[in-house]
Ligand binder design. Structure first.
Ligand code: SAM
Ligand code: SF4
Length: 335
């Protein structure tokens, strides 16, 4: 189908991508079992990673020419990116100013939260799958729970509220953590979101029969809390939300596998080495870094980005017989 003249990131299914996820680095200081192997991965060589100027240029093109209104910094672990505060300052100086958020494992956040907020970061999601130190060690292979908890409190104190918490439940590991995690988050004023485990780990260990589904999570929570559907419309947000015990606290479930929300997807993704992807699960990507390093003008880069998004598939196909896991793991794409 020929693409109509339109400056924005439209696709053939009528969706418009306004939400950009940018991976700042593929490196990480944790080794979550659902994400990467104990020994880590072969990190991208430094010269392959976008420089700060290249990164900010691509974000500027997204905001100025492609209609992107929201940018989320992720990775890998974005706090490991040198010069992060400077990048945040440059992105929030763009016009129109994008809303800027970050997903982090929270290590080192305690001492940086105030500076990140001051640089312009609006919101933060911290990943936390358990409040039990032993289970935290088992999942992340690092004994750092107290660092993460301190980071979350610092983010809240720095005004990045509500702090959102992302949790992945795994059978036989932390499945009994759903209720304690929610109690903890309600008490601290954090907004908890459970994410169904997806086939995006580097070691290809995901198993459909083993994953904890949204239905199971809701039934576990339903034993301790009264959940009522959240009154506000969901829009393009991936989380389905429920009020807990009448509110104001709430809980969300991102059921990417059992209740896919691809039809309302508003996302486009940029990897740390400058590839644009229309979906976490894409098998195609477009190398914008090569274009930029070959001297392409802003509008040429914008056109390549538009063409990639025009080719976005209807859905991720995890539930189809022929599903093939993407070659890049989540940590390299940006989760
Ligand atoms: N390192 C940061 C962190 O952990 O928040 C940012 C990158 S991480 C890839 C982004 C999010 O993806 C985290 O909330 C993590 O729990 C989630 N994630 C990683 N692997 C996943 C998987 N296989 N299925 C579902 N979520 C996953
Ligand atoms: Fe690192 Fe985040 Fe992956 Fe955990 S989920 S290993 S913190 S990138």
């Amino acid at each position: 189908m020929p693409r109509p003249e339109n400056p924005h990131l439209i696709d053939t299914f009528g969706r418009v991508a306004t939400d950009l996820r940018v991976s700042l680095t593929d490196r990480c200081n944790l080794r979550c079992t659902y994400c990467m192997p104990a020994e880590g991965l072969d990190w991208m060589p430094g010269e392959q990673v976008l420089s700060d100027d290249e990164l900010v240029r691509l974000m500027r093109i997204a905001v100025e020419r492609l209609g992107v209104t929201d940018i989320r910094l992720t990775g890998g672990e974005p706090l490991l990116r040198p010069g992060l505060e400077d990048i945040i300052g440059r992105v929030t100086a763009l016009s129109p100013r994008p809303r800027l958020s970050m997903t982090t494992n929270g290590i080192g956040l305690a001492r940086r939260a105030a500076g990140l907020a001051e640089a312009g970061l609006n919101r933060i999601n911290v990943s936390l799958d358990t409040i039990d130190p032993k289970t935290f060690l088992e999942i992340t292979r690092r004994d750092r729970l107290s660092h993460v908890l301190a980071g979350m409190a610092a983010a809240r104190d720095a005004g990045m509220s509500p702090v959102k918490v992302n949790a992945v439940l795994m059978r036989g590991v932390n499945e009994t953590e759903a209720v304690p995690l929610l109690k903890f988050c309600l008490a601290e004023g954090y907004h908890l979101r459970f994410i169904e485990q997806m086939p995006l780990d580097a070691q290809h260990g995901w198993n459909r029969g083993e994953m904890i589904t949204a239905a199971e999570i809701l039934s576990m929570l339903g034993g301790s809390f009264e959940l009522t559907p959240f009154p506000a419309a969901r829009g393009g947000a991936p989380a389905e939300r429920w009020l807990v015990d009448g509110g104001p606290g709430d809980v969300g479930v991102i059921a990417s596998v059992t209740r896919p929300f691809c039809a309302a997807c508003e996302r486009t993704r940029l990897t740390a080495d400058g590839a644009v992807r229309s979906c976490l699960f894409s098998n195609d990507e477009t190398d914008l870094r090569a274009l930029a390093r070959a001297g392409a003008r802003d509008e040429e880069i914008a056109d390549a980005w538009r063409a990639t998004m025009w080719g976005k598939l209807a859905g991720h196909e995890i539930n189809d017989a022929g599903f093939a896991q993407p070659i890049r793991p989540m940590s390299a794409i940006g989760g």
